[in-house]
Write a protein that binds this ligand. Structure first.
Ligand code: FEO
Length: 393
């Protein structure tokens, strides 16, 4: 494969994974993904930034077939989709050293068995002259591992932020457009970045000192319209939440569905947007994306063997793990003769900072009295949504 020169002596080595089905064996990838490495040719040193997932070893090595010398490989992040081929690079280039920080070095030693004598440690803010090109290393921890850092290339005004601003998109287009990248970037953000929104805010502040012309992430296309991904990240990590309710539901004999239908109808009457996701066959990436900007989440489930349907428990656990900024939570459930649905879900959701503002349990098929309870829940949700300024602080 041929490297793409994106600036003088700066090359993109993108490996597309068009048919990858899941990321982290969890989130579906309707548009595939990519693993992006970059090669910097200074007059003194040749530097490789990251590698690719070992599953794509042959494609990655094809990029390097005519490269006779690599002095350093920068490991921004120890996760194997970027670091996994570092041992192969070290074998191919015996003089090559890994440039990384202390935390990442520790992970590379334990996960990839890289030896100490192949590692050179860098510090936050340290600069390196590779001959006509000045690299500055900037630690941006918890996007999404504790060791991650970025490299800023001063002369070319390029930021290489690793996973930060990445998108799950396999494409041969070198540069992103907002239309192309919005959904794949949000899908990426929802699973990988959302649990760390506070860290994202501080890391956005940290990189704001640089004049950035181009962002070269480690997944998806390159951004030369840099305001678009930065503004998306600002909105998703600390911007105003939408006047939106995510309704995550599963129904067995239609009672729960009837409750959901009534709630949505009333919420719409109050001018509240709703994203309805049937957990029976929902794309978990779509569920995660919905959580990014919803002010309220409602989980609706039938009672199965005394508790919530397993798919509802799964959704609640995902919610708990992804830590969305959702302000309000509500539970609706149907039952035949009893059960501990709310107790189960409350346990799974106990780490959430969202307020449990309502729980509606209906025996059997909903009747007029049941609908009144649901209407009350819809009104309470809409009232919470009207308090926009307070709800977003
Ligand atoms: Fe793309 Fe966290 O690795």
């Amino acid at each position: 494969m041929k490297m793409v020169e994106i600036s003088n002596g700066v090359y993109s080595l993108r490996v597309n994974h068009f048919n990858r089905k899941l990321f982290d064996a969890l989130i579906p990838l309707p548009d595939g993904t990519s693993y992006n490495a970059y090669l910097l040719m200074g007059t003194k040193h040749t530097v490789l930034l990251d590698t690719a997932d070992p599953e794509k070893k042959d494609l990655f090595l094809d990029y390097l077939k005519d490269i006779n010398k690599i002095d350093f490989v920068v490991a921004h992040h120890a996760e194997q989709d970027h670091s996994g081929l570092i041992p192969v690079v070290l074998d191919k280039y015996p003089q090559c050293k890994v440039l990384t920080n202390e935390k990442c070095a520790d992970l590379l030693k334990t996960h990839l068995h890289i030896k100490d004598d192949r590692i050179v440690l860098i510090k936050d803010g340290e600069k390196m002259d590779i001959g006509g090109k000045t690299l500055e290393f900037v630690f941006i921890p918890w996007v999404h591992w504790p060791e991650t850092f970025a490299t800023y290339l001063h002369e070319d005004r390029i930021l290489f932020p690793c996973d930060f601003f990445g998108s799950h998109l396999a494409t041969d287009e070198v540069y992103s457009t907002p239309e192309m990248v919005y959904e794949p970037m949000k899908r990426y953000y929802a699973e990988i970045m959302m649990p760390f929104s506070a860290n994202i805010k501080s890391n956005l502040e940290k990189i704001s000192k640089f004049e950035i012309k181009t962002i070269c992430p480690s997944h998806g296309p390159i951004h030369n319209n840099v305001n678009f991904p930065i503004d998306c990240y600002k909105k998703w990590s600390f911007g105003e939440l939408e006047n939106k309710v995510s309704v995550l539901y599963v129904s067995m004999h239609n009672s729960t569905y009837m409750m959901v239908d009534r709630l949505i109808s009333k919420l719409n009457d109050y001018g509240v947007m709703v994203e309805k996701l049937n957990l029976e066959d929902a794309d978990l990436g779509r569920v995660a994306m919905s959580l990014v900007d919803s002010k309220t989440v409602v989980i609706a489930t039938p009672t199965v063997l005394g508790g919530p349907h397993p798919k509802a428990i799964y959704a609640a656990y995902l919610f708990s793990l992804l830590r969305p900024r959702t302000k309000n939570l509500a539970v609706m459930f149907s039952y035949g003769w009893g059960g501990k649905t709310v107790e189960f879900l409350s346990g799974v959701l106990s780490n959430s900072k969202a307020e449990l503002i309502g729980q509606v349990g209906i025996k059997g098929m909903p009747n007029d009295d049941a609908y009144k309870l649901i209407d009350t829940l819809a009104r309470e949700i809409s009232e919470k949504h009207l308090k926009v300024g307070a709800a977003n602080k």
